[in-house]
Write a protein that binds this ligand. Structure first.
Ligand code: NOJ
Length: 422
């Protein structure tokens, strides 16, 4: 491959999804939610009935890893109840199919959803959720320890807690409840440590399992240099969403609970007179374009930031890293290909510079239910036609491009002219 940026031979080239976003037929706090575009998660991509076909698609894409969630609400009907055998068998079958296709699973234990009996008892504000989660994970890990060696306990605890209790984006849509935000983070961090012990004790067929969270990393900054108030807001956001959360999960003796750190990286949010200049924060795309903000349908792009944060995490924690998510939401496929190229270039630079990064999971395998935004954000390597009730999947050009990377174990150097992304 011309201009090839070779990665280590055992590097994981993967893709990712989460149960509420793709499976359909879930009964959790998202089931009754209807997004402004009319979208809901009740059928989603129907991955629940179509996972076998989706594994074939993954084989076609040439990925050697898949980051998938297991949905707690399917498996336990009440606190401390035995796991539902039939639902467990379905996940076992999925894991066996992945193995047959040579695809390593990374299992996410909590990805923005809870059983309704947890929600009605106060969710993660209730300290009783911690032992209930530990019980669930103990049973799950006992059942799956031979098949799974990579465990991602919590996905983006910062996003979950902030959208639930600060920004009103996730059920129960509360705003400005700082104490609830902090309590949620603390309970999740405690649960991470406790389930980490459970996973370690269970082992993985004679090998040591890997345990870590996926931390969303957003850079915050002011849009204009002189705007001291926006500097301040950026500093507060950085502390609340990055510093505080990392400290809760990885500070002091808690660092020993993790064997890796997952990084979900999408980019940058700059403030202009307290307003976040990103589509995910409600800013108008046309206005952003006029202001020269290069973004996908969610965040401002900042590929250079990926190298910075990887080096920083490597120095600070000395843990192996995975890019547990990166992708771009756009119907402009050239933009997404360029975006991927720029980010993999940064990733390659970090690996070459000695940062121990072990894998990259493209978000996402399929176009899917993007939480409060419904189906309007197109992240898929495979496009899904949601207007057709058969929900046909179709390879995108981004998917084809990523297939080339997975097959070669190498990315391509960005062309000099493709500097549209800062
Ligand atoms: C992070 C979340 O883990 C995932 O659920 C979401 O769809 C992507 N970011 C894109 O926003």
């Amino acid at each position: 491959m011309a201009g090839a940026l070779k990665f280590p031979d055992n590097f994981l080239w993967g893709t990712a999804t989460s149960p509420t976003q793709v499976e359909g037929h879930v009964a959790n706090e998202w089931t009754d939610y209807v997004a402004p575009d009319g979208g809901h998660c009740r059928v989603a991509c129907n991955h629940y009935h179509r996972y076998a076909e989706d594994v074939d698609w993954m084989a076609e894409l040439g990925v050697n890893a898949y980051r998938l969630g297991i949905e707690w609400s399917r498996l336990q009907a009440a606190p401390f109840a035995p796991l539902n055998r039939q639902e467990l068998e379905r996940y076992v079958d999925l894991l066996d199919r992945l193995k047959a296709a040579g695809i390593t699973p990374m299992v996410v234990l909590h990805h923005f959803s809870n059983p309704l009996w947890i929600t009605s008892a106060g969710g993660w504000l209730n300290p009783a959720t911690v032992p209930a989660f530990v019980d669930y994970v103990t049973k799950l890990v006992t059942a799956l320890k031979e098949r799974v060696g990579l465990w991602n306990t919590f996905n983006e605890p910062d996003t979950y807690a902030s959208l639930t209790y600060l920004l009103g984006g996730f059920p129960p849509f509360r705003k400005w409840r700082l104490l609830s935000y902090r309590k949620t983070i603390q309970h999740m961090a405690e649960a991470h440590v406790r389930v980490g012990e459970v996973i370690r004790r269970a082992g993985h067929g004679g090998r040591t399992p890997e345990i870590g969270i996926a931390k969303n990393w957003t850079f915050f900054g002011p849009f204009e240099r002189h705007a001291l108030w926006d500097h301040l807001l950026a500093a507060i956001s950085h502390h609340a969403f990055n510093g505080y959360v990392l400290d809760a999960f990885l500070g002091g003796p808690r660092r020993a609970a993790s064997t890796f750190l997952g990084v979900n990286y999408y980019g940058l949010a700059r403030f202009k007179n307290f307003e976040p200049m990103v589509p995910a924060g409600g800013a108008c795309r046309k206005r952003l374009a006029r202001l020269g903000v290069v973004c996908d349908d969610m965040f401002e792009r900042h590929p250079g930031g990926l190298g910075i944060i990887l080096k920083n995490f490597h120095r600070r924690y000395g843990l192996p890293l995975y890019i547990t998510e990166h992708g771009a939401a756009s119907s402009d496929e050239d933009f997404r290909i360029r975006d991927l190229t720029e980010h993999l270039h940064e990733l390659h630079g970090a690996v070459k510079g000695g940062v121990d990064v072990r894998g990259f999971f493209y978000w996402s395998l399929l176009d899917n239910f993007e939480w409060q935004f419904g189906y309007s954000k197109k992240f898929g390597l495979l496009a899904v036609d949601f207007t057709d009730e058969k929900l046909p999947r179709k390879m995108t050009r981004v998917g084809e491009f990523y297939r080339g990377i997975c097959r070669a174990g190498a990315a391509v150097a960005p062309q000099k002219s493709s500097v549209a992304i800062r």
